[in-house]
Ligand binder design. Structure first.
Ligand code: ZN
Length: 267
C-alpha cells in the first residue's frame, strides 16, 4: 500500500518525466476513479495544458496545471504512477493516462479501484478539506510540533501514527517499521510513553521514511534494496525478528494488523 515514501517516489517519476510538456491526449479507462468529476470536464481541463510543478502532502500527490488548478492523485491500496514511452504497452490496470506530445505517457495504475484522481483549484484548500495533518517529513514538523500533536492521546501508538489528521503520510506498513526500530509496543498507549521513548519515536519516524525514499520506495525493486535489519521483509506469515530471530507476533491494533517482536518491543 503506497505510503509517504512510495508517493514521494511517484512524485519523482512525475517531476523527472512529465513536467513542462504539452498533454496531447487524456485517456480515462475507468471513470469510477474520478468520483463525481466527469470524464469530459477532466479531459478538457487537461488537454493542451502542461504540468508545471509537483507537490506531495502525506500520501497525496498534486501536480500544478499551467492554466490554473491542480491535478490530485491518491493511490489507495494498490495505486502507482508509471512513465512509459509511447511505443511501450500501456501498463496493466491503467485507469488514467496522460499522453504527451513528445513521446511519453504518464499512467496512473490501480489494480483495486480504491484511490482517486481529481482536479482542485487550490492545493492548500484541498489539504485543509481533506483534514490532513502536517506531512511527517515537513521541516516545520519538528520534535516540539510532533510532541504537541500527539500529547495526551490515550489511543494506541500505532493508531496515532496512522491518523492522517494528526500526522500525514504513515500507514500500516511503515508504522510497524518505525515502532520496531524505536522498540515500542504498537499497542502501547501514546500518553504512557516516557519522554525518551517519544523522542526516539520521532527520530525513527523521520529516519525510516527518509531511508525508504533514498532506497527507492515505490519502485518495483525496492524490496531488494531495503536495508538489512528492517522488519518489513519479515512482515508476513512465519516472519521472524531480524534482530533476535524470535517469531513475530501478529495482532490487531485499532482494527489494523500489527507485526512486532515480543522480545524487542515487549508486545
Ligand atoms: Zn526481536
Amino acid at each position: 500500500m503506497p505510503e509517504l515514501p512510495d508517493v514521494e517516489g511517484f512524485k519523482r517519476v512525475l517531476a523527472k518525466n512529465a513536467l513542462h510538456k504539452t498533454i496531447e491526449r487524456v485517456v480515462v479507462n475507468d471513470a469510477r476513479i474520478l468520483g463525481q468529476l466527469s470524464v469530459r470536464t477532466f479531459a478538457s481541463r487537461l488537454r493542451g495544458a502542461m504540468l508545471v510543478g509537483a507537490r506531495r502532502h502525506g500520501k497525496h500527490l498534486m501536480a500544478k496545471v499551467d492554466r490554473g488548478g491542480w491535478l490530485t492523485l491518491h493511490f489507495g491500496l494498490t495505486g502507482a504512477l508509471q512513465f512509459v514511452r509511447s511505443r511501450d504497452e500501456e501498463p496493466p490496470f491503467t485507469r488514467v493516462r496522460l499522453d504527451f506530445s513528445d513521446d511519453g505517457r504518464l499512467a496512473y495504475v490501480n489494480k483495486r479501484m480504491i484511490g482517486r484522481v481529481g482536479l482542485v483549484e487550490d492545493a492548500a484548500v484541498f489539504i485543509a478539506d481533506e483534514k490532513l495533518g502536517p506531512d511527517a517529513l515537513d521541516r516545520r514538523f519538528d520534535f516540539d510540533a510532533f510532541r504537541n500533536a500527539v500529547r495526551g492521546s490515550k489511543r494506541d501508538v500505532k493508531s496515532v501514527l496512522m491518523d492522517q489528521e494528526i500526522i500525514s503520510g504513515i500507514g500500516n506498513i511503515y508504522s510497524d517499521e518505525i515502532l520496531f526500530q524505536a522498540r515500542i509496543d504498537p499497542g502501547e498507549r501514546m500518553d504512557k510513553l516516557a519522554p525518551a521513548q517519544l523522542e526516539r519515536l520521532f527520530l525513527k519516524m523521520r529516519e525510516v521514511l527518509k531511508t525508504a525514499i533514498a532506497r527507492g520506495a515505490g519502485s518495483e525493486q525496492f524490496i531488494e534494496r531495503m536495508p538489512k535489519g528492517w522488519l518489513l521483509p519479515e512482515r508476513g506469515k512465519g516472519g521472524r525478528c531480524p534482530r533476535c530471530r524470535s517469531p513475530l507476533k501478529v495482532f490487531k491494533v485499532g482494527g489494523r494488523t500489527a507485526y512486532c517482536c515480543p522480545r524487542c518491543q515487549g508486545c
